[in-house]
Design a protein around this ligand. Structure first.
Ligand code: GDP
Ligand code: MN
Length: 386
């Protein structure tokens, strides 16, 4: 789960990473109030789930509360293009905080390195800019430390990675506790990404987080009830939000038009591959899970069909504990209530598949014997219609 910069900075502060003083605002008047409370030059930043806000024009400096309010008026409610997210995003909130006097911008991040099965701390003195660009053009400017989970991040390891990054020695001792606090925050919040770009060395010689990008492992939410408030449904895909509210495992895919429903993550992914191989573009990943009852099937179908791009739906069900006749009943019930305008192909195999197929005969749903046949059929029917 991605969270906003202002939320991530609250977390950083709790763990002892220095952050600028500031607050989030939803109206120009609030922007003005916060700026006048701070009583100094402020930076105003659009809160969207994307990086590259500076380039998109969503980060502005204001000398006084009047200017701050004007910037608030210009940015709030505005939709800008964010190249990093490759989409237009609407700005509903702004972070208003004291501007810092930047001397140096450092890149610092912690994330998972799956191949090494370690968390990795990444440091570069080429901060402020696109880290992917630095990695591509000047890989030697990036230092990595693979963190031993038993040791955590002791001083000597933090010192080593700063040396490896050719960090200004004058600031190493000041930066070590910041890296340690960042690691504690990363572990404590079950983050999968904790990125500070830039970590600012100010003209006054202090070290402070200028930005914060944070991604929290969704599977850890059960032990973080305090993060529920971080959900921003305005930033999330409305269909995904609705699916998750219904307890359905659903991921919407950009640019797709063939709805896919199956039982078991592996089977659903294989179905997506088959649809792609047959020349189709999968619109979603939906796993109805094991033992799915008719009601869950109807609900899943409704979710998939609520995507206006969907031109056809493919069910691929392998019956084990999920019974073919239950699934067939669910699809038939769903189709009866939903005013379905697109073709539906169904492949049933395994437990009670024959009974399921029998039920489907009375409908205009299209049966298929194998996954390959099902994929070919749905692609043909979906793209022939219209
Ligand atoms: P991002 O573009 O989404 O990564 O947003 P950032 O918060 O990193 O801001 C982008 C850039 O704006 C930074 O790299 C800085 O150069 C500049 N910036 C952000 N905050 C301040 C500030 O307080 N003072 C100054 N002078 N520049 C800032
Ligand atoms: Mn940044």
């Amino acid at each position: 789960m991605k969270i906003h910069e202002f939320q991530a900075k609250q977390l950083l502060k709790q763990y002892g990473v220095p952050v600028p003083e500031g607050q989030a605002a939803s109206t120009p008047a609030e922007v003005r109030d916060i700026a006048s409370q701070l009583g100094r030059k402020v930076v105003i930043k659009g809160q969207v789930h994307s990086g590259g806000r500076g380039k998109a024009g969503a980060v502005k400096l204001a000398d006084n509360p009047n200017d701050a309010e004007e910037i608030g008026k210009a940015l709030l409610g505005k939709t800008l293009f964010f190249a990093q997210a490759n989409s237009d995003l609407k700005i509903n909130k702004l972070l208003v905080e004291e501007a810092v006097n930047i001397d140096k911008e450092i890149y610092v991040a912690i994330t998972q390195d799956r191949a090494r099965q370690r968390d990795v701390l990444i440091v570069s003195t080429k901060g402020g800019m696109d880290i992917e660009e630095v990695a591509h053009n000047n890989p030697a400017d990036i230092a990595n430390l693979y963190i031993d989970p038993l040791l955590g991040l002791p001083d000597y390891a933090a010192r080593q990675v700063l040396f490896d990054a050719n960090f200004d020695v004058a600031f190493i001792n000041k930066t070590i506790p910041v890296l340690k606090a960042l690691y504690a925050a990363y572990v404590g919040t079950d983050a999968t990404l904790a990125e500070i770009n830039p970590l600012v060395i100010t003209k006054e010689g202090t070290v402070i987080a200028g930005d914060a990008k944070w991604d929290i492992d969704e599977n850890s939410m059960f032990r973080h009830p305090e993060f529920a408030a971080f959900h921003d449904t305005a930033e999330e895909d409305p269909i995904e939000t609705e699916a998750h509210r219904r307890g359905i495992q659903y991921v919407r895919l950009e640019g797709g038009d063939i709805g896919i429903i199956g039982n078991g993550a592996g089977l659903v992914m294989t179905t997506m591959d088959e649809v792609k191989r047959a020349g189709g573009k999968p619109a979603d990943f939906l796993d109805i899970g094991g033992g799915a009852k008719a009601e869950a099937v109807t609900s899943s179908l409704e979710v998939v069909l609520s995507d206006p791009n969907v031109k056809g739906v493919l069910f691929n069900i392998f019956g084990g504990i999920t019974r073919g006749d239950e699934v067939a009943k669910g699809i038939i019930a769903g189709v009866a209530t939903l005013d379905v305008k697109v073709p539906i192909v169904i492949r049933l195999a395994g437990t009670r598949a024959a009974e399921g197929a029998e039920l489907l005969k009375t409908t205009n749903l299209v049966p298929a014997e194998t996954m390959q046949e099902a994929a070919a059929k749905i692609v043909e029917l979906a793209y022939a219609a219209k």
